[in-house]
Design a binder for this molecule. Structure first.
Ligand SMILES: Nc1nc2c(c(=O)[nH]1)N[C@H]1C(S)=C(S)[C@@H](COP(=O)(O)O)O[C@H]1N2
Ligand SMILES: [Mo]
Length: 316
């Protein structure tokens, strides 16, 4: 079993597990309007989210925690699925600052633990579909990106949100050496309306525990209707802009990866079919059951309207 936190991180530097667990049981216990008093200022958002229950928690069987935390894509730690868990022991997710800047009225630097205190952390059970045709079902703990964006007050001119991962070659072995897999930092982007969508989450934990380094500690993006590569990990900067941001995989291979990357079983990857997916952790060939891939990863009711009139084949 991989360690879920680097052993050199003192527990006092980490949001206590009890904080998540009490929040989780409180959320479960609270059917209605009590959330505002329980969670403080950002609670209106949590209330709003309860109006889309199908998106908030899917019924699929959860992928076991050991698979979620040992089968990872995080090229900063290496290319093999086992590398991020095995090679992230030197990574220090605390202390950590996230800068939010660009076309906003109130650019700010946020300490990660202040952020976690400020916004109510809630559990979201989402499907995660990697462009490589495997998938998981993950209980994330996080808060909507929209809550953070509201805080910095985007200007009317802002149309997109750009994200950047930390660069720390001393702690991230995949960023060292001659044979770099990708240019660093890893970068991603969303349209502002996608970023503000209530499903779009900044995750700070999973399975009720502090986010493991291999999953993008201390804070990563989760956009469940898009391929997994949009879910940028270990974020240090979020910048509002009026230009469509470059994203790492599109820049690396524009024939195969686009900006939108909405999960679409009807648009095959040039080298493989996207019609179905291997659900990691289920029994079947190579330990994974086969599932049909759903348009927008099963979130079409919530998000398809964002793309009305758009050619989904061209905007892959
Ligand atoms: N910084 C960074 N973020 C990243 C990646 C990466 O290599 N570097 N890989 C992406 C890909 S391809 C996927 S499928 C998801 C995997 O998230 P998980 O390992 O938590 O399941 O992270 C995404 N975020
Ligand atoms: Mo991926």
């Amino acid at each position: 079993m991989p360690a879920y936190r680097p052993p050199h991180i003192a527990s006092k530097e980490i949001t206590p597990k009890s904080a998540y667990l009490s929040r989780r049981s409180l959320m479960a216990a609270s059917a209605g309007g009590a959330l505002a008093t329980l969670f403080g200022p950002g609670a209106a958002m949590a209330e709003a989210l309860k109006t889309i229950p199908s998106a908030y928690k899917v019924d699929d069987k959860l992928t076991p925690k050991k698979d979620v935390t040992s089968y990872n894509n995080f090229y900063e730690f290496g290319l093999d699925k086992a590398d991020p868990a095995a090679l992230s022991g030197d990574f220090k997710p605390r202390p950590w600052t996230v800068v939010v800047d660009g076309m906003v009225a109130k650019p700010q630097r946020f300490d990660i633990d202040a952020l976690i205190k400020e916004f109510p952390v809630e559990e979201r059970v989402y499907r995660m579909r990697c462009v490589e045709a495997w998938s998981m079902v993950i209980p994330w703990d996080g808060f909507p990106l929209a809550a953070l964006l509201d805080k910095v007050e985007p200007l009317g001119s802002a149309k997109y949100v750009a994200f950047e991962t930390v660069v720390r070659p001393a702690e991230m072995p995949g960023q060292k050496g001659l044979f770099q897999s990708l240019p660093w930092p890893y970068v991603e982007g969303l349209r502002l309306d996608e970023a503000r969508h209530p499903l779009t989450l900044l995750a700070v934990g999973l399975y009720g525990e502090t986010l493991p380094s291999q999953n993008g500690a201390p804070i990563r993006l989760v956009v469940p209707w898009k391929y997994g590569f949009k879910g940028i990990k270990s974020i240090v900067r979020i910048t509002l802009t009026d230009k469509q941001p470059v994203n790492t995989w599109q820049a690396a291979n524009p024939q195969e990866y686009g900006f939108y990357a909405n999960v679409n079983p009807a648009v095959d990857h040039p080298r493989w079919s996207q019609a179905s997916e291997r659900r990691i952790g289920e029994s079947g060939f190579f330990g994974a059951g086969r599932h049909p891939t759903l348009p927008f990863n099963g979130y079409a009711d919530e998000v398809a309207s964002l793309y009305s009139g758009m050619d989904l084949k061209a905007n892959f």
